[in-house]
Design a protein around this ligand. Structure first.
Ligand code: HAM
Length: 412
């Protein structure tokens, strides 16, 4: 779990602002859902035999005796909200939220126990048009952030029935090679055999390589859906790689799944991932509604932003108000407010906590401000303040207080 200090916050704000603008442009509306939900919700949506539910959830009993869990992801909560607020009934929603998620994973570079996602969901859309548009949205986000080292991988998981047929074949195949399986995979063979395909164990690479392919078991409709998605991506000029081994770590997916991966962050290569979950809403008690979404890991995108150096300059005040003398200090508070009123969008920093002129000018310099405004008791009596450029040559010029905002605006 990380503290995000001021020096890093610029990258976070930049990501948030750019994402917000892109999501607005595609008609997504922001929502907020609780950080805590009933444990049961995550078990039923993410799946009993997933890593997240088996070993990564922060669950506890509240004083009422309910089992609650800090959300490990946002999709389940959004689906719960859409159902419990009666938002279905044939309606469609494009929603997004941002916030902290919690998974008790083994901590390592890029993998945290409290991390943040921007989560985007399109509910009530059968696709494949929305699948393509959602991917285009994410591609636009990378362009807007000037991130280049990301690559799109896609796959189709088919319908649950097709996946069940495939699962049987896969179990049969791995059973026949059980002695070659590592401990993790042996455990997964019973609960979640598809996840064996995700194993990073190099000793199992050959075995996995030769395993049956899900694409050979896809139902006709899913095959068509996937072909149309690929054609749409081609027509928009969005490059992708089909990865037949991409299965995702949550159980609710059907048909389209995708991941944006990077080679710039070491082992944690997924910066953004998601897919279609046509069965989930019905499974959680809502009327059957198709849906698709993705979430991006904000820490990972911030790390990429920092690496690529494509961050905007940190924001600095425009004006630093130096105040010397007892009366001028009191008048300074009022003058700073007047300047803030008159110069919306500009930063006005008032010297707080006293200090002699030398100290105040040192602070003004460190603040990065382009202009200093100097107000002393003597200036106050004359109804003027002095303006002095801090980043270029130029002397101090007195200016009547009522003209000050105009003069500052002209110099900035
Ligand atoms: P997920 O793949 O579990 O999917 O997580 C989405 C993204 O969150 C990952 O690609 C990664 O960037 C980031 N992430 C996950 N775990 C961590 C961690 N421990 N530390 C840092 N970043 C992490 C979901 O959560 C789905 N709810 C996505 C979705 C939305 N599918 C449909 N709609």
């Amino acid at each position: 779990m990380n503290d995000v200090l001021p020096a890093e916050m610029g990258a976070w704000r930049h990501l948030e602002q750019v994402a917000r603008a892109v999501l607005d442009a595609y008609g997504y509306e922001q929502v907020q859902v609780p950080i805590i939900e009933h444990t049961e919700l995550f078990k039923r949506s993410i799946g009993e035999f997933t890593d997240i539910v088996e070993k990564e959830m922060y669950s506890f009993q509240d004083i009422g005796g309910d089992s609650l869990t800090l959300r490990p992801e946002a999709t389940a909560g959004i689906v719960r909200a859409v159902i419990s607020n009666g938002m279905l009934r044939g309606q469609r929603h494009k929603l997004w939220c941002a916030g902290a998620m919690f998974r008790h994973e083994r901590p390592q570079q890029g993998r945290y126990r409290q991390f943040h996602q921007i989560d985007v969901e399109a509910i009530g859309y059968p696709g494949p048009d929305v699948d393509a548009e959602l991917i285009a949205l994410s591609a636009r986000l990378w362009r807007a952030l000037k991130l280049e080292r990301v690559q799109l991988t896609i796959n189709s998981l088919g319908t649950p029935a097709a996946r069940a047929r495939y699962r049987e074949q896969l179990v049969e195949y791995f059973r026949a090679h059980e002695s070659a399986l590592d401990e993790d995979s042996r455990r997964r063979l019973l609960g979640n055999p598809l996840r064996i395909l995700d194993s990073k164990n190099p000793h199992m690479a050959g075995l996995i390589e030769a395993a049956p392919l899900l694409s050979d078991y896809l139902d006709e409709e899913s095959r068509l859906h996937f072909a149309e998605l690929r054609a749409a991506l081609d027509s928009m000029g969005i490059p992708y790689v089909v990865n037949p081994r991409l299965v995702r770590g949550l159980d609710y997916y059907s048909r389209t799944v995708f991941e944006w991966i990077t080679d710039a962050l070491g082992a944690q290569d997924a910066v953004c991932s998601g897919g279609r979950y046509d069965g989930l809403i019905g499974q959680l008690g809502g009327e059957a509604t198709p849906a698709i979404g993705f979430a991006l890991g904000m820490e990972r995108v911030v790390a990429l932003l920092r690496q690529s150096g494509s961050l905007p300059a940190a924001s600095v005040p425009d004006v630093y108000l130096v105040v010397s003398g007892e009366r001028a200090q009191r008048a300074g508070l009022r003058l700073a407010e007047q300047l803030r009123d008159a110069l919306p969008g500009h930063g006005v920093m008032l010297n707080l906590g006293g200090g002699n002129l030398k100290t105040q000018f040192r602070r003004a310099d460190r603040s990065g401000a382009r202009l200093a405004v100097i107000l002393g008791d003597e200036e106050l009596d004359r109804g003027v303040a002095a303006v002095k450029p801090l980043r270029q040559e130029g002397g101090q010029i007195d200016c009547p207080v009522e003209m000050l905002a105009e003069r500052i605006a002209a110099s900035l």
